[in-house]
Design a protein around this ligand. Structure first.
Ligand code: GLN
Ligand code: ZN
Length: 424
């Protein structure tokens, strides 16, 4: 904790990092050997500290306690919406898109870094981000994608960014967690009740949409993933935290919709991560409230608004029914590394949601050939109805280089176009 110079002492006293934990071990040993531990000074001090931490915002607690199943039901039903959206969005067969982020170059990382350190003004920073967005939209139009994204250049990480823009979170300078290979993230700490105090993504999403006639997907992180990739509170339940976040993200969804964003993706990359070890606890203890939280986020949007979600980092076969119960309109997921086994599972349950199983692996800099991608799409078409299939890479592109990204996406579009042609 000594190195956390930005954290207020007011908060610091509640935390224990590596060194403090060593001290605590010694204290616990002392308390353990104290026959009269109930009166042990250190023990009592710790109890007081824990008690002083308990606090909740009455208004939010109230709002959550009055939620019912009805609040999570989106009308009209999926099959009705499917027709309505087809008419409204007029997308081609096998619509093409990406998962959200575009390459985070050194230039963009250094820009964010300089802004964070106060070395450049908000205006200058904003101007640079907008330039990157404009460039990204232009590239996607040139490539020929159908549904565009703004590129997520303003985001360090999909969870930390939302944490920074919602109230109720604290941040560390050094509490890094390894996420994938050599990649690390710095999860925010959920400290208090979570509220949306201002629009988060509306400015850049609407800016991007203003630059093109193609639809630009709004890009949000879902409540379960924000919870699962944060350090949680210990004084309220996971369910309570997830629902607080859901209500906050729901307000963001509605404001995006109000501002002309007709397709909104709510990422749930980490949906499976808090799944209990025992299968019998999956629903009672987790999936029921996790799915409810996700549904709350989009239940009140217009039928014409298309809700996407995205998932990765796990095998989904066992929970396809629950994924369907999220009631999204489209779901994209990582599939290329698991031999497309998921596609078979989707067929088995007659999965209703439209799907975009990734057609190439973004974890490698290798550029997939047109032939390779066409083969993958054709294999998918053996199991998935053509009207339900979307074409996209298998995750966000932020860890990739710019050149390989453009080449890979161009091949993806060429493969899609030639398959569309064959179908005619
Ligand atoms: N929208 C996010 C991105 O493209 C999703 C990241 C993820 O699934 N981990 O970066
Ligand atoms: Zn992903």
């Amino acid at each position: 904790l000594e190195n956390e110079v930005n954290m207020d002492d007011e908060y610091k006293k509640y935390f224990s990092f590596a060194q403090e934990k060593l001290d605590e071990l010694i204290e616990i040993k002392g308390i353990f050997h104290d026959k009269n531990y109930n009166n042990n000074e250190l023990f009592l001090k710790n109890l007081d500290l824990i008690k002083s931490r308990m606090h909740t915002d009455e208004k939010i607690t109230q709002r959550i306690s009055t939620l019912t199943k009805k609040d999570s039901i989106r009308n009209p039903s999926f099959s009705e919406r499917e027709k309505i959206q087809q008419k409204a969005l007029k997308l081609p067969l096998l619509p093409t898109t990406t998962i959200g982020s575009f390459p985070q170059t050194l230039e963009i990382k250094s820009l964010r870094n300089r802004y964070k350190k106060g070395k450049i003004s908000t205006e200058a920073y904003d101007k640079c981000i907008k330039e990157k967005i404009a460039e990204c939209i232009k590239i996607q139009e040139e490539i020929g994608l159908d549904v565009l994204v703004h590129g997520e250049f303003e985001r360090n990480d999909m969870v930390e960014y939302f944490g920074e823009n919602l109230s109720g979170f604290l941040f560390t300078q050094n509490a890094w967690v390894q996420s994938y290979g050599t990649r690390c993230v710095k999860p925010p700490i959920i400290w208090g009740d979570i509220k949306r105090v201002k629009p988060i993504t509306v400015k850049y999403s609407t800016y991007a949409q203003g630059l093109t006639d193609k639809p630009v997907k709004g890009m949000l992180t879902g409540p379960v993933t924000i919870l699962n990739w944060s350090f949680p509170r210990e004084d309220v339940s996971n369910r309570e935290m997830a629902l607080q976040i859901a209500l906050a993200i729901r307000d963001e969804v509605l404001e995006l919709e109000d501002n002309g964003i007709n397709i909104i993706q709510i990422d749930e990359a980490a949906l499976k991560e808090k799944l209990p070890i025992r299968r019998e606890d999956w629903h009672s203890d987790y999936l029921d409230w996790a799915i409810f939280a996700f549904r709350l986020v989009h239940a009140t949007v217009k039928p014409t608004t298309q809700i996407h979600t995205h998932m990765c980092y796990s095998e989904f076969e066992e929970i396809v029914k629950d994924i369907e119960a999220m009631d999204a309109d489209v779901i994209s997921f990582e599939a290329s590394r698991s031999n497309l086994s998921i596609v078979e599972a989707l067929k088995k349950v007659h999965f209703k949601t439209a799907v975009g199983p990734g057609v190439y692996d973004i974890h490698s800099p290798r550029v997939p050939s047109v032939k390779e991608i066409s083969n993958t799409i054709n294999t998918m078409l053996e199991k998935i109805k053509i009207k339900k299939l979307w074409i996209n890479p298998d995750c966000g592109l932020k860890t990739r280089g710019e050149t390989e990204t453009v080449l890979s996406l161009k091949n993806m579009i060429q493969a899609t176009k030639s398959i569309r042609k064959e179908l005619k």
